[in-house]
Design a protein. Structure first.
Length: 240
């Protein structure tokens, strides 16, 4: 096992520990600052390998993420009917917290970076990246419900989350991936480092801790699987 994999394991353990106790304190614990700080590694790595197009990608995906969330709140498409609570800060147009893009855009960067580490063909990378984003939400969304970040108006069977949410994540992941691959050259993708997946992996570790604390056993187990996959992918990429 290489040094980078070991670092990822240690940081993951720390974030899972934080997540476990974050559920206990909820509103008192969470603020916008941790979300922005956790987004920084993925942004940094993308801009390190492709500054101008990276900035453009972040801007486009940020607007897209905020717009599609607002669309779903107003129309229920594509995720379903839900509303944000107060923890994520000021709501733009009284709909979507301004910092929402900091939660989603770095996940796109991380998911498609990991995909390039484990498969070679462009189309397969695209499918793996989009699939990882949807899979990640199987852990993220139950944890966010536990933390009362948002509330579903028409609860579903999976920890109150409707199936439409995952159809919506598939839709938005495909659009996000198309934009990502259109803007970011193949050479730049190949040069992404471990920094690019820290938001995805450490965020997932946080939700592992939250779901363990809340005894949400299915998302907890799925989170463990996803974490092992990312550690394996890092080992494949950086083993020397």
């Amino acid at each position: 096992m290489n040094t980078k994999s070991i670092i990822l394991i240690l940081l993951s353990g720390l974030m899972a520990f934080i997540g476990y106790y974050a559920l206990v304190v909820k509103d008192d614990y969470f603020s916008i600052i941790p979300m922005i700080l956790l987004a920084a590694p993925a942004y940094y790595d993308l801009l390190r390998v492709e500054l101008k197009k990276g900035l453009l990608l972040i801007a486009i995906l940020s607007v897209y993420a905020t717009g599609i969330e607002a669309l779903s709140i107003v129309t229920s498409f594509p995720y379903g009917s839900f509303n944000y609570n107060a923890q994520l800060g000021y709501k733009l147009f009284d709909l979507v917290p301004w910092a929402v893009s900091f939660g989603w855009v770095p996940l796109v960067i991380g998911a498609f970076a990991v995909a390039t580490w484990v498969v070679d063909k462009r189309r397969v990378q695209f499918a793996v990246g989009a699939g990882l984003l949807v899979f990640a939400d199987l852990i993220l969304d139950p944890g966010a419900v536990l933390m009362t970040f948002w509330t579903w108006n028409d609860p579903g069977v999976y920890y109150t989350i409707p199936f439409t949410n995952y159809l919506g994540w598939g839709f938005s992941s495909i659009i996000g991936g198309l934009i990502f691959y259109y803007l970011i050259p193949k050479k730049a993708l190949a040069n992404l480092s471990l920094w690019s997946v820290l938001t995805l992996s450490l965020g997932n570790a946080f939700w592992i801790g939250v779901t363990l604390s809340g005894e949400y056993w299915i998302p907890f187990a799925l989170g463990i699987l996803l974490q092992f996959f990312m550690i394996y992918a890092a080992g494949q990429k950086f083993d020397s």
